[in-house]
Design a protein. Sequence first.
Length: 378
Amino acid sequence: MSTESSPESGGKSLFSLQRRERLMEELRAHGAITVRDIAAKLGVSELTIRRDVNILADEGLVSRVHGGATLPSPLDRSTAGRTTSHSYSIGMVVPSLDYYWPQVISGARGEAEVQNLRIVVRGSAYDAADNRRQVQALLDTQNIDGLIVAPDMGGEHGKELLRWLNALPIPVILAERRAPLEIPAHKLEWVATDHAFGAGMAVRHLWQEGHRMIGCLTDSTSPTSPHVVRGWTQAMNALKIPLEKSIHEDSAKLDNGDRAKHFDRVLELCRASGTTAMLVHSDTQAVAFVQHCVDRGVDVPGSMAIVGYDDEVAYLAEPAISAVRPPKSYVGKVAVQLMAARLAEGRMRPVHRVDLNPELIVRESSVGAPRVVMEEAL
């Protein structure tokens, strides 16, 4: 990555995008700039500033004048009717290209076309070190102007990754992630689904269907699960369902044999506690749990009502599974909208952090069946 930069950053130079943002800020503040003055202010050569002015003029953002630039004038015919390629290039790093994230990418690409932005996508893993490698590859090879990323934030490596992202000299938007309070990520913006709200919707739906003991089955390796658990806990407390008697089990890193034993244990806990409904994250896990219930003679939804989370494959189960559906496409769309606004307005724009509500898709697995005590069903 090349750096060329400002006096206030200790002699290291600004990225080209940062310089052009500074030029635009000076123009918005004063109406005009001179090459000599702005070069001295930014600590770069006059030739560098002339190149920046030429780029901005070619994009129709400024009007060239002798020795400097002004904001575009309707009398400047040199920019009239000019067609340009994409105005900015945005890097996007996501942890999966085959589950959940394709819809996020699709939403981002659709909005990028509207905003005349170029999106460069790289797949990564749920691993902070790989996240950083993929971001660095974009910075080194693609000359990107902004970054949309869904980083792994677990452990010290995840925290260090967030600090590094926060220090990058280009705008960074987190997708489906929020920086924890202990990381002073004052520059990072984000758009994320309110998964706790979605879990609360699922619990209240099951309550309205007559269930009074509602369990939660999650995967602790997923960045979403802590929010689902928080929403489940909050809703249970609000409904005065005793948490100390409720089932909350972790299904992380189970192969097929261990999963069957694990699900048997969950069903045994359900029998012992009188639990008749479960919120399961993710819905691939919910599909497996429904199949296990059927194999064990536990009727769904008669003896066990189930709501999944993610709504990627829940509709494929038999019976079809009710599921909380995050607005995945809109996460990508809003992330690009935030990035476009940041690139257009520069540092004058306050940091934005957006929560989006999911929706509950009600299907056969959670409604329309008489309540049967589990002991009777077995």
